[in-house]
Design a protein around this ligand. Structure first.
Ligand SMILES: NC(=O)c1ccc[n+]([C@@H]2O[C@H](COP(=O)([O-])OP(=O)(O)OC[C@H]3O[C@@H](n4cnc5c(N)ncnc54)[C@H](O)[C@@H]3O)[C@@H](O)[C@H]2O)c1
Length: 343
């Protein structure tokens, strides 16, 4: 199977490309390279399996780019809430229109399997009860709204010759050479390493579901190779029930893996938005899927890497490891324009 992986130079993509190659798939990457300034470590042996990559914007993809591929794993989007809020118009044009158009082109050239990385953020503000895939979505940001729109529009295309699969990932954590320090566990781990202190401004009571980056890769791999009838048009929450954590518990787990790190908890705030997600369906219906990692494993792996590369506070705060800061830098230095195209 030859699979086009969009967003292959991002946090998840940089791990996913080698992961799929090692499982015997032929991978063609596609990425515009917004975060290519950031590369945390290079001694991972899996990196010898880095795929050939088209350096291209999602919005410029042509049907010819997809020819010869049997499947698409689509990750290339503006990947977090603040990015989306900053410029909702561009977010809709990339994340919604760009993604739907990619799916239309894939279908037009006869590609059947289309795996889309959605997000548990589509559930928005919850009340702490477990939400499964049948729960109403309640997107709070342009980013989350685009995820629901892509699920809706690409979901309508499901049929005999087209098999889209929608993976609503929990918040990822764990090492990737193309690191992100703007997601909760990675951020807390870097804080613990560089300052030995995690000071929470709130009481940390809200629930957050987490998932290890390699468990996301496994879910994508299995969604690519599963029999079409098992997955066509389906939505899966990606994670495991026991990986729903309160934010203060994430902080505590991280601190335990970084000896000498102190955690302080702040006041109860008015903002108690909180959601827990049920991951029963993916374990029941995606053949072969199990989550292999826990937040504690991720914190331990990050500790080992920070120690090995002697990570400095400057590296932690480097713009290219924080999505919003890197795009702002590229705009301020006129490397990309208002539509986020390279100048
Ligand atoms: N990381 C998480 O916690 C998480 C959770 C749920 C869902 N997701 C989804 O998974 C996907 C990957 O997330 P990530 O954390 O690796 O994000 P990331 O920002 O690290 O990677 C996204 C990649 O896509 C590329 N890209 C962005 N816009 C593009 C465009 N217009 N044309 C071509 N390439 C473009 C970027 O250059 C980047 O390399 C995203 O769709 C994200 O919404 C991520």
């Amino acid at each position: 199977m030859k699979v086009l992986v969009t967003g292959v130079n991002g946090y998840i993509g940089a791990v996913l490309g080698p992961y799929l190659i090692q499982r015997g798939l032929v991978v063609l990457g596609l990425d515009t390279g917004y975060y290519r300034d950031g590369w945390l470590y290079s001694d991972d042996r899996r990196l010898s399996h880095t795929p050939e990559t088209l350096n291209k914007d999602l919005r410029d993809v042509a049907e010819e780019d997809l020819e010869g591929c049997d499947a698409v794993a689509h990750l290339a989007e503006l990947s977090n809430d603040p990015l989306g809020q900053n410029n909702p118009g561009v977010t809709f044009r990339i994340n919604h229109r760009g993604s739907v158009s990619l799916a239309e082109k894939a279908r037009a050239v006869g590609i059947e399997r289309f795996v889309y990385t959605s997000s548990c953020s589509v559930y928005g503000a919850g009340t702490g009860i477990f939400l499964d895939e049948s729960a109403a979505t309640n997107p709070q940001t342009a980013y989350a709204e685009c995820k629901t729109l892509v699920e809706r529009d690409v979901g309508r295309m499901a049929g005999a010759g087209f098999c889209p699969v929608f993976l609503r990932n929990a918040t990822a954590y764990g090492p990737s050479p193309r690191m992100r320090f703007d997601i909760v566990l990675n951020d807390l781990a870097a804080l613990a390493w560089t300052t030995r202190r995690i000071a929470m401004v709130s009481d940390g009571s809200p629930w957050r579901p987490l998932v290890h980056i390699e468990d996301i890769c496994e879910a994508i791999y299995l969604s690519l190779v599963a029999p079409a009838d098992a997955v066509r048009g389906k939505v899966f929450n990606v994670g495991q029930n026991s990986e729903n954590y309160r934010v203060r518990d994430i902080a505590r787990i991280v601190a335990e893996e970084f000896p000498g790190c102190e955690v302080t908890v702040g006041e109860v705030t008015g903002d108690n938005r909180s959601y827990r997600v049920s991951f029963d369906r993916i374990h029941r219906e995606l053949p072969g899927f199990v989550c292999r990692h826990t937040a504690r494993d991720g914190a331990r792996q990050l500790h080992e890497i920070f120690k090995r590369i002697q990570m400095t506070p400057e590296t932690y705060r480097y713009r290219a490891f924080t999505r919003l800061a890197q795009l702002k830098y590229l705009q301020d230095t006129r490397q990309i324009d208002d539509e986020l195209f390279w100048c």
